[in-house]
Design a protein around this ligand. Structure first.
Ligand SMILES: Cc1cc2nc3c(=O)[nH]c(=O)nc-3n(C[C@H](O)[C@H](O)[C@H](O)COP(=O)(O)OP(=O)(O)OC[C@H]3O[C@@H](n4cnc5c(N)ncnc54)[C@H](O)[C@@H]3O)c2cc1C
Ligand code: FES
Length: 263
């Protein structure tokens, strides 16, 4: 069950310009959280910004009751959040989202992420490692200056493929291209993806066409974050055109089987 807690910001780090990692002490949330869950953060004690902001859980340190988030400054909310200091208490609700990444009994999986979409993929990579599941990890960024967490992901996989759209660092091209190249040799049983919508569409189409299991995390715009406002609706695949049916990403997701959603 999600809980509202005041979590102490025990460590604040700058990852690259405009992107921060917060380590938050929140034992009760950490103990029940799963890979793919997110939290909703109250930004200010004032009424503006009124709505909480959704941020994925990046890493769970179960031993110390600490959860890590990494966020990019996008607008007012995340800008205010970035000014919090170590020692501050931050009002959060979590863990949120019933749809989480699941490992099943796979022996070999691929993890693919783009830009800030790589953050929620770390915890599932960690779990795969703990369960001796072989992994291939494909991360792409727009350019060299935006490459993040290479060492951290690299420590948990023998097959890390980093690419940039403009070729300014490592391989030139999109992560999906390198995943496709490896597929015949690696025979991944499931693909786990998070990133910009065009990337997720390409991953979904490839997985569906080739009959590969695929779990994707959707980062739809959210308002309430609790399944009551319809702000985060995504269409159910194959629901009738005349009477379309929807999932609430904040409740049913954020992780879905790719074939179940149209986006
Ligand atoms: C499940 C989920 C997980 C996310 N995880 C991360 C993460 O790990 N790291 C990260 O940097 N960002 C993440 N995001 C995106 C992040 O929530 C937005 O960048 C943030 O809400 C923008 O708020 P703002 O006030 O700075 O920007 P503004 O644009 O001023 O926000 C205005 C309103 O739009 C909503 N909004 C704007 N952009 C988004 C967006 N992309 N997704 C959802 N709501 C949005 C805000 O909640 C707010 O209600 C996630 C989004 C979702 C839905
Ligand atoms: S954000 Fe309100 S229903 Fe999902």
């Amino acid at each position: 069950m999600p809980e509202q807690v005041l979590a102490k910001l025990v460590k604040k780090e700058k990852i690259i310009d405009g992107i921060y990692k917060f380590s938050l002490k929140a034992e009760s949330i950490v103990s029940s959280a799963r890979p793919g869950n997110f939290i909703e953060i109250r930004i200010s004690d004032q009424t503006d910004p009124f709505l909480r902001r959704p941020i994925s859980i990046h890493n769970l340190d179960k031993e110390n009751g600490i959860l890590e988030i990494i966020f990019q400054i996008k607008g007012k909310g995340t800008e205010i959040l970035s000014r919090k200091q170590e020692g501050d208490n931050i009002d959060i609700i979590g863990p949120l989202g019933y749809g989480t990444f699941k490992l099943a009994d796979y022996k070999k999986i691929a993890i693919i992420g783009g830009g800030i979409g790589i953050f929620p993929l770390y915890e599932i990579l960690k779990q795969a490692n703990i369960n001796n599941i072989q992994t291939g990890v494909y991360l792409s960024f727009r350019n060299k200056d935006l490459v993040m967490l290479e060492d951290k992901f690299g420590q948990l996989t023998k097959n890390l493929n980093i690419s940039t759209d403009d070729g300014s660092y490592k391989n030139k091209g999109f992560a999906i291209d390198f995943l496709k190249q490896d597929m015949e040799k690696e025979q991944y049983e499931c693909i786990y993806a998070c990133g910009p919508t065009p990337m997720l569409r390409a991953v979904k189409n490839y997985a569906v066409e080739n009959n590969i299991n695929c779990q994707i995390s959707l980062e739809e715009k959210m308002a309430c974050g609790l399944g009551v406002c319809l702000g985060c609706a995504v269409k159910k695949a194959e629901s009738p055109k005349e009477t379309p049916e929807y999932f609430h990403v904040c409740k049913a997701g954020p992780v879905f089987n790719a074939e179940d959603v149209e986006f």
